[in-house]
Design a protein around this ligand. Sequence first.
Ligand SMILES: Nc1nc2c(ncn2[C@@H]2O[C@H](COP(=O)(O)OP(=O)(O)OP(=O)(O)O)[C@@H](O)[C@H]2O)c(=O)[nH]1
Ligand SMILES: [K+]
Ligand SMILES: [Mg+2]
Length: 349
Amino acid sequence: MLFRATSFHLGQLKAKLAKLKRELLTPSTGGGGGTGVGFDVARTGVASVGFIGFPSVGKSTLMSKLTGTHSEVADYEFTTLTTVPGVLTYKGAKIQILDLPGIIEKAAEGKGRGRQVIAVARTCRLIFIILDVLKPLTHRAIIESELDNFGIRLNKEPPDITIKRKEKGGLNVMKTVALTKISDEELRAVFSEYRINSADVTIKFDATIDDVIDVIEGNRVYIPAIYVLNKIDQISIEELDLIYRIPHAVPVSANHEWNFDELLERMWTYLNLTRVYTKPKGRLPDYDDPVILRQDACTVEDFCNHIHKSIMKQFKHAYVWGSSVKHNPQRVSRNHILADEDVVTIVKK
Ligand SMILES: Nc1nc2c(ncn2[C@@H]2O[C@H](COP(=O)(O)OP(=O)(O)OP(=O)(O)O)[C@@H](O)[C@H]2O)c(=O)[nH]1
Ligand SMILES: [K+]
Ligand SMILES: [Mg+2]
């Protein structure tokens, strides 16, 4: 007899699959995956960019050209066997670049050094997925699925779903929009598979069941990614036209240093950093040496702590010029959120 999966069964299976994949995130002893030696690299700069790609797509070539740091380049696969760090300075910000060994299919399960490589990627602010334009574009899907298996979600916001578990009261699902991609049975199946019998669930967007599972599982990371399409010196102008339409993609030639300007500008946009200039009282702002803050920590207090830990003890208020304020200058308190290229004067007690 033909068996057709109901949405209850589908939900249940998806939850079971997610639980199975979780085991990948907990490194087991034994099995493949190498020793991890050399993967603990000192972090410098305000943010790290990790290079992920199949072997010989040109990761080390690109990293060497961008940073001036030597990383072995050769025409055989797995030339790079460990993390090779370099630093580049862009708009006054020191960005760490991590050249990594190539990964292959089933990397997340420990093939090659895949597990260590992806573990490094999980800690990066931005991922460059390097692709060879001469190779099939299916490589992109393989890499994405390997990262996905490791709980990395690319170019995606964390799902706007909250789940408050309770002792009793059953499952209460609040939807602020119509859910077109999830059925009630599927939701029930997932929560029952996770043995969550009572909870207040709020879903604030047209989520998929995978989004719900991600929130229940909880250990996901949401990282922006740029697809760096390398070796464009080997293709035709017509082909170049086509690949330019791929979202989040930047075509380059690492060998010839083509289109690095666009790549760096895109990197800057995706890193979403905030430059803040210091203006000592009665003097001109120091435009050469901005304080670089991350978007998730760019209050006046973050700015002060960045200059010196002791400043906040004497902090009275600050004056700000720039797009974060209505009047120039405007007096603000420690909680004020700064914007890119603001100028700040700190007034002490
Ligand atoms: N035609 C062309 N070849 C390139 C380009 N960039 C890199 N290559 C060549 O591609 C080969 C592999 O380059 P690598 O930089 O070693 O590649 P990788 O991704 O670091 O390789 P693994 O470390 O082995 O994973 C070398 O022969 C490079 O010269 C490019 O822009 N154009
Ligand atoms: K290589
Ligand atoms: Mg390499």
